[in-house]
Design a protein. Structure first.
Length: 462
């Protein structure tokens, strides 16, 4: 056991000879900060000196520091080394806590679909922006390729291949303004081709359906059963199918292998397209990630990805991985619809430096801990509520007794919670029986508010 930090005088309880050295060091440093043994503003030893003191590889220490910087426990500034981040507690709110019978502005946001914005890696993003702008050629500031900067498309091709099993090359990637920007481009493409039907899931995001309807597309619901989404089964083939095969939103079921194959086979026979929304593919907790559907047939599947869940929605950075036959047509519709070049170059540098991978690993660990705390709290305080859809993503589905969804949503509001019932995600024409449930997002609340949000949620449940 290494119980001394000779260069600093702080005890770190670390098994130098066991597995998981990086995780052990990260946990030990985090606990030293959390417990007050390392005060805000304290300068830490360099990775080289701490590695020598503890008998570890320098890379192990450097990666532990990087993880804690990504989580917000440490801060790094050029010229001043690594320090304990200032974590000044927020001033107490002078207003009384929401009374169970006096609803007001929500104290806690459990709406699904948003990451914890306080953990955005500002320092690393700023460094990446400086490096990217310094290295950018002059022509990068011109109008450029409608597909987006080649630096970002190249980095995305490599990342998506190794992390999501996507078969891509830079020439088939188009950078777009978030998921909705990409979906709008595809809806316009279908309309130009004479298509007007995009089948969607029986449970899904209503604003996706609204966007497609505004573009002139009908959005019939796909069949659905207790094992998830089914391929289209009617004689009339839709022009395209939009679905979330790796982690169905919001119910959380992956598309079964046999159904994946049947969906691709039907698209090949009918000439239709499959639009794959891989909205939270990086966040899987209990087993290896489910690979992208696009890998089965890159000629029939359009892959849509985004940085909204992994980094922040405000970046408005998304991407399409297209079948070769669609690239030119999509490029024709990209005029004035490509995100800003500087953000593209910054994300390319962020990916190339490894900062993106480190940030995602830290976020995955943080969200998994929140999910585990949610499951444990419900098991103790609401054992009659079944929790599903928790193998991945940033939300869980809490199944309620029949007929109780509306009153539970109202009770949640009275306890200061913003939360959605499952009914708002149900397609109005879906043939499946309604299911009473809450869709609880655990990504949005900051760490210091998570315990209070859990307590309010448990008090609101039947």
């Amino acid at each position: 056991m290494a119980k001394s930090w000779a260069t600093f005088g702080v005890d770190l309880h670390l098994d130098r000879f066991g597995p998981g050295l990086r995780r052990g060091l990260t946990d030990a440093l985090r606990e030293a900060v959390r417990g007050g043994r390392l005060a805000p503003g304290t300068r830490l030893p360099s990775s080289r000196s701490l590695a020598a003191d503890l008998g570890l590889a320098r890379n192990t220490v450097a990666e532990a520091y990087a993880d804690l910087i990504a989580e917000g426990w440490l801060a790094a500034r050029q010229g001043s080394g690594t320090r304990v981040a200032d974590r000044t507690p927020a001033a107490p709110d002078p207003r009384p806590a929401p009374h169970p019978r006096a609803p007001g502005r929500p104290a806690y946001d459990l709406i699904p679909g948003t990451p914890e914005l306080a953990s955005f890696p500002r320092a690393q993003w700023l460094r990446a922006a400086r490096r990217a702008l310094s290295a950018a050629p002059d022509q990068a500031l011109g109008y450029g390729d409608p597909r987006g900067r080649v630096e970002l498309r190249t980095e995305l091709a490599g990342y998506l291949s190794r992390a999501r099993g996507v078969r891509a090359d830079p020439d088939r990637i188009v950078v777009c303004a978030g998921f909705l920007g990409g979906l709008g481009v595809l809806a316009d493409l279908l309309r130009r081709r004479g298509g007007n039907t995009v089948a969607v899931e029986s449970y899904g995001l209503p604003h996706h359906r609204r966007l497609l309807a505004k573009a002139g597309c009908a959005t019939p619901p796909l069949p659905f059963d207790d094992r998830g989404t089914l391929p289209p089964d009617g004689p009339a083939a839709p022009d395209a199918v939009l679905l979330t095969p790796s982690h169905q939103f919001p119910l959380g079921l992956p598309l079964l292998p046999a159904r994946r194959t049947a969906l691709i086979d039907r698209a090949r026979r009918t000439g239709g397209l499959v639009l794959e929304d891989d909205y939270d593919g990086e966040f899987r907790y209990d087993r290896q990630p489910v690979g992208a559907l696009q890998g089965l047939d890159p000629d029939r599947v359009v892959y849509l990805g985004t940085a909204s869940k992994s980094l922040a929605p405000a970046l408005r950075l998304g991407w399409l991985v297209l079948p070769p036959a669609l690239v030119e047509e999509v490029m024709d519709g990209m005029a004035d619809r490509t995100p800003g070049v500087l953000d593209q170059l910054t994300l390319a540098e962020f990916l190339a430096s490894g900062d993106y991978d480190r940030h995602v690993r830290a976020a995955r660990l943080r969200y998994r801990r929140r999910r585990d705390a949610l499951v444990a709290a419900l098991a103790e305080r609401a054992p009659g509520v079944r929790v599903t859809g928790i193998a991945a993503g940033l939300h869980a589905v809490l199944q309620l007794p029949p007929g109780t969804e509306r009153q539970t949503v109202r009770a949640a509001a009275w306890h200061g919670l913003a939360v959605h019932g499952l009914a708002m995600f149900r397609h109005p024409e879906a043939a499946v029986p309604p299911l009473d449930a809450l869709v609880v997002g655990y990504g949005t609340p900051p760490d210091h508010a998570w315990a209070g949000a859990l307590d309010a949620l448990c008090r609101a449940l039947p």
